[in-house]
Design a protein around this ligand. Structure first.
Ligand code: ADP
Ligand code: MG
Ligand code: MG
Length: 930
């Protein structure tokens, strides 16, 4: 027969910490504490399987449950020396919820179960504390009527009309009526009367008597906890945290201990280390003469746990360390014991009943990114954990948090966002809003900090985006222009914030009814996508030597390379500092946007408007020095590391000027009319530019464009070589779908190569020739393509766009609905679709390496910095991932964690885990995996 109930108490338990799936986190850890001999009140846990059964059988229980509960209750009674429902020596219990993963405050708990007409006098006689008993009873009535009789019964009370609020009001009226200042003034007699009034009100409001039978209370409580699994709060929390509905909750029934029996009683919550900073100091709060919920409920300002962690707010209050030194010592011992055992920071609940300490809960504590880093490094130093464990202690998100200034969580907690959008660029930003890029630049020049607010951004806004502290757009998805640019710079950015109505002309923005004006202060949380009106405090991420040390350890476990996508020598430099091992994507077209772009852009425009090859060649010759300088400077910064230079990618018409003024300038320079320009621009117009005349297609129609770029790359390499630098350029052709395209361009490269070698009298210049794999056809014919290509780099943005047939710039119209309806599990432009697009990747790798076993393979799409996608890239055997500079550490961590997980999987076979850690070699050799 299946076992549904697991006992724990006094040195013994049927459950264990590893049984979280069955017993829930709380139940499993209570069992573990009991096993460790830590004092916790005896109890038992009803398994999550009963929860599943309950929902599958019209809210009924397995037949054997009642008997098992009876047996376990007997064991509690004998260990605690009290009897449930007994009038002389009554045992009271709590009925507590607990899922596999903690869902704080989302489900219900009922305390003091077992108090009734029959047991109240006995408890009074035993405790000689009438006030305490009536107080416990009124708490039971409040909790039980709310949780069991109202919520679990499916009664939806109107706002402010719930039974709990009504009873609270009665309590409040009593205090007012009697002129009491605090709860402590309420007498036993008052409470007794109040309980009677409570019961009358419960009957009036809910139409049922408050149950006076302990067993009815117990089963009512158990049922209420199970039904709270499907309560509104719990369901929406599960959606956000992606906790599966099938998990269910366990129910723990536990002997009550009381922190509210007088001045030698107390209750508290604590963390074995500081969860905000990671500091290795016992940190917590406690209240004398109070019951568990009081500390969290914030009715009174709680006291500090010890002297060394006092703050401005509680400096005047007594610490447990001084008030109850013996008990504090005992608690501190338990803290150490728990950390030694669980090897991680613990979040604990305790209660002191008349001078005796009881532990009520322990679990791994939540922490900030800073705390996670400090704790991992401290615990490593203390030899509490090994290096692998330390590497796994930081989530990539927490690392991200460390790299950017963020909105002060305390300030954020106290405010309501006015709008929400997609979290496109991490960290926080605070500034005055402006509506044009030009204003952003201007205001910043005047020494202000600004947030640039746009309907959406385009390349012409880049300067303003650079100047702004943060960027906010009403439209666009995670790979929209604004998002790409912002992430690349590690700049805070929120896109697709649909509830904003921007009137750039009037310089206002409307959210709902409220109108905001240019110059108003706003704060953005780009990590979560929240927009706040006003100025919220920020906390800055400090340069941290521990971070550097941590990353060194991370790299010990990493087996694939991490490169960066960088378009300027500055970005390249920054990425090197973050540990990039090369550039995976250098976009030459970037020199035509933003700072210092005026001149090259003007020449480029001349080239675009040219009608003859002669005109075009002349313009290209003029452009050449600019292109070469950019490439050469970047290659120089990356001395010793590979740099993948992508040939011109975007459709040319993107660069045709729209303003009349610009067109006039261009016309006069070319000696043609403005009408000529308009005609030429019209001719360049495409109805579907993303799939139009771009990438390699440009190089095939205008070979001279490819010639110029290849010359710039190879001459830079030749000159730097002469200067004693080691340069490893990789020429990458974009938008390839056909092997012949690549051959066509290869011929040009070969010709230029011969010319450059001759010019510099060199026998050879090291370089690679390869392609992006971003068109499904390229993936499917990768064996052919690899005959010419020496490397592949997956452009997963375009591969996703073309694989799904989703236009990257237009997903705002439908992908949000797909996510809401769960038609898609995630935005495929953020998280690589391993099921579909991932197949194209696998096929291309397999076919490519079948032709060329040493084929070097990487990824340069936005996914290269997304942790789950990085793990995928590792598993399919890529040599490296490439991402924006600020994501480099995140990719390094994700890659190391993927390798560690792989090792753990391999080790679960018969073979023991390899002792030695794998070292990363700078030149990653392709690994064949199936
Ligand atoms: P949550 O998961 O919301 O924290 P808990 O089950 O931990 O809910 O219980 C809520 C409060 O009641 C906590 O402060 C806890 O310490 C206290 N509590 C629960 N069971 C008991 C008990 N048997 N004796 C004393 N206090 C208890
Ligand atoms: Mg708790
Ligand atoms: Mg592309």
């Amino acid at each position: 027969m299946k076992k549904y109930v697991y006992y724990f108490g006094k040195g013994k338990a049927e459950g264990r910490a590893e049984m979280k799936e069955l017993l829930g986190g709380k139940g499993a850890n209570l069992a573990e504490m009991a096993r460790l001999g830590i004092p916790c009140p005896a109890g038992f846990t009803i398994t999550t399987e009963v929860c599943t059964y309950y929902y599958e059988h019209k809210r009924t229980y397995p037949a054997s449950l009642q008997k098992e509960v009876g047996v376990a209750l007997k064991r509690i009674e004998s260990v605690m020396g009290m009897k449930f429902g007994n009038s002389a020596n009554p045992l009271l219990v709590s009925v507590r919820s607990g899922a596999r993963r903690s869902m704080p405050g989302m489900m219900e708990t009922v305390l003091n179960v077992g108090l009734c007409a029959a047991t109240i006098p006995g408890l009074i006689a035993k405790t000689k504390n009438e006030r305490f008993v009536w107080d416990a009873y009124r708490r039971l009535i409040m909790m039980y009527s709310d949780v069991v009789m109202e919520k679990a019964a499916g009664i939806e009370a109107a706002e402010g009309k719930g039974i709990r609020v009504q009873l609270d009001k009665l309590l409040h009226e009593l205090k007012i009526g009697k002129g009491y200042a605090s709860d402590a003034d309420i007498s036993a007699e008052d409470l007794k009367d109040l309980c009677e009034r409570f019961k009358v009100r419960v009957k009036e409001v809910l139409g049922k008597e408050f149950p006076d039978d302990p067993r009815e209370q117990l089963w009512g409580g158990i049922g209420a906890v199970f039904s709270s699994w499907n309560g509104k709060r719990a369901v929406s929390y599960r959606r956000i945290e992606r906790i599966p509905d099938e998990w269910g909750t366990a129910v723990s029934v536990q002997a009550m201990v009381f922190g509210n029996m007088g001045d030698s009683s107390a209750t508290g919550v604590a963390f074995s280390r500081n969860p905000a900073t990671g500091e290795n100091k016992f940190f917590g709060e406690w209240l004398v003469n109070a019951q568990g919920e009081d500390v969290v409920a914030g009715i009174r300002t709680p006291n500090p746990l010890n002297e060394s962690t006092k703050s401005e707010h509680n400096r005047h209050l007594p610490s447990l360390e001084t008030a109850m030194p013996g008990l504090y010592k005992e608690l501190d011992h338990i803290r150490v014991k728990l950390e030694k055992h669980f090897k991680d920071m613990q979040d604990i609940e305790f209660t002191i009943q008349e001078g005796r300490l009881w532990m009520l809960q322990c679990r791994v504590g939540k922490r900030t990114g800073t705390a996670a880093l400090n704790m991992a490094m401290d615990m490593l130093g203390e030899k509490l954990i090994d290096q692998k464990t330390a590497v796994n202690r930081l989530t990539p998100d927490q690392l991200d948090e460390l790299l950017h200034p963020i909105v002060d969580p305390k300030a954020e907690k106290a405010s309501e966002p006015v709008a929400g959008g997609l979290p496109a660029g991490p960290g926080g930003a605070c500034g005055q809003i402006v509506f044009t890029a030009a204003d952003a630049v201007e205001w910043v020049k005047q020494g202000k900090t600004v947030l640039l607010v746009r309907e959406e951004t385009n390349p012409e806004d880049v300067e303003g985006m650079r100047a702004a502290e943060g960027i906010l757009t009403a439209r666009g998805g995670m790979t929209s222009h604004a998002a790409l640019v912002a992430r690349g710079w590690g700049k805070c950015c929120i896109v697709g914030c649909g509830s904003l109505h921007i009137d750039a002309h009037a310089r206002t923005m409307t959210v709902g009814e409220k109108v905001y004006h240019e110059g108003d202060w706003f704060t953005l949380n780009g990590t979560r996508g929240y927009v706040y009106a006003g100025k919220l405090a920020m906390v800055s991420s400090t340069e941290n030597p521990r971070f550097v040390h941590f990353m060194k350890i991370v790299d010990k476990f990493r087996t694939i390379g991490v490169r960066t996508n960088a378009d300027t020598p500055d970005d390249a430099q920054k990425a090197r500092q973050f540990g990039a091992e090369g550039i995976g994507l250098f976009r030459t077209e970037h020199m035509f946007y933003g700072k210092h772009s005026e001149q090259p852009l003007f020449i480029l425009r001349k080239m675009i408007i040219s009608r003859t090859e002669g005109e075009r060649r002349a313009a290209l010759a003029e452009l050449y020095p600019f292109v070469k300088k950019d490439i050469k400077d970047t290659l120089a910064v990356m001395d010793g590391l590979p740099v993948t230079v992508r040939l011109l990618d975007p459709p040319l018409h993107e660069f045709v000027p729209n303003s009349m003024e610009e067109r006039k300038k261009l016309a006069s320079a070319l000696g043609i009319t403005v009408e000529d320009i308009a005609k030429r621009a019209d001719a360049l117009h495409e109805s579907n530019p993303m799939m139009g005349h771009r990438g390699v297609r440009l190089g095939i129609t205008y070979p001279e464009i490819t010639e110029m770029q290849v010359r710039a790359i190879l001459e830079s390499a030749a000159e730097l070589k002469a200067e004693g630098k080691t340069v490893l350029p990789e020429i990458m052709v974009p938008v390839v779908g056909i092997k012949n395209e690549l051959d066509h361009q290869r011929a040009i490269v070969d010709a230029i190569y011969a010319e450059v070698c001759a010019k510099y009298s060199l026998k050879k210049i090291d370089y690679l020739y390869g392609t992006m794999i971003e068109i499904p056809r390229a993936a499917l014919t990768a064996d052919k393509i690899a005959e010419t290509a020496e490397f592949f780099s997956f452009g997963t943005n375009d591969l996703t766009q073309m694989g799904f047939g989703f236009s990257r710039d237009d997903i705002g119209g439908f992908v949000p609905d797909y996510l809401k309806l769960k038609t898609l599990p995630a935005d495929p432009f953020q998280i690589l679709d391993q099921e579909g697009i991932g197949q194209l990747v696998r096929i291309a790798i397999e076919k490519g390496r079948a032709t060329r076993p040493k084929l070097k393979i990487g990824i340069c799409g936005e996914h290269g910095g997304e942790p789950s996608s990085v793990a995928f890239c590792y598993r399919v055997g890529m040599n490296y991932v490439s991402c924006s500079p600020f994501r480099v550490p995140i990719a390094r961590l994700a890659a190391a964690q993927a390798a560690i997980a792989d090792g753990a999987r391999a080790a679960t076979g018969t073979k023991p885990a390899p002792k030695k850690t794998r070292k990363v070699t700078k030149k990653a050799t392709p690994r064949k995996r199936k």
